[in-house]
Design a protein around this ligand. Structure first.
Ligand code: HEM
Length: 142
């Protein structure tokens, strides 16, 4: 566990992967009674609001001009430690009372899996191979 905490760059690489390719790409919520959204927009009971975590992870207004670039360094503080972003900005695990209960555990699992693979195999990119995701709403050609 202590070793995992020192893997700052790997932490950044995982956060970048989750920012650009969130496993839960879309989410929806509906109020049980009429409510008002933070924008001031009234919303009726049982009206679904769709949240696109996929889009939010790629918005220039949220992540800056380099929002489409894979940059693990954006998660590293000036002092070389992990830079934490608030969950309403980094939404892969959602935010607020219904956010993911397994967030911390999932980081431990992902770091263990990555460390086990990286320490045992030499990994090379196949030239020209495009890495993409495949979900219900976007294709591999992304
Ligand atoms: C990369 C890995 C993971 C991602 C991206 C992820 C993402 C999410 C998201 C977006 C939600 C919110 C769903 C909603 O708004 O209704 C959620 C909920 C939840 N997650 Fe995860 N999750 C991950 C791993 C895990 C793991 C490993 C566990 C358990 C060990 C876990 C347990 C839960 C539970 C229990 C909830 C429901 C929380 C509630 O409804 O109050 N997740 N997760």
């Amino acid at each position: 566990m202590e070793e995992l905490k020192k893997m700052v760059y790997l932490h950044g690489a995982i956060c970048e992967s989750l920012r650009l390719y969130p496993p839960v790409a879309l989410q929806h919520k509906a109020p049980v009674k009429p409510d008002i959204l933070p924008t001031g927009q009234p919303i009726n009971a049982n009206t679904k609001t769709v949240l696109s975590f996929y889009s939010m992870g790629r918005m220039e207004s949220i992540w800056g001009e380099d929002c489409l670039e894979f940059k693990p360094g954006r998660w590293i503080s000036e002092g070389g430690g992990i830079k934490h972003e608030q969950s309403f900005k980094f939404t892969a695990f959602n935010a607020g009372p219904k956010s993911c209960l397994g967030k911390e555990l999932s980081f431990i699992q992902m770091k263990i899996a990555a460390a086990a693979i990286i320490s045992r195999f030499h990994i090379n990119l196949i030239k020209g191979h495009r890495v993409g995701n495949s979900t219900s709403f976007c294709s591999n050609s992304d």
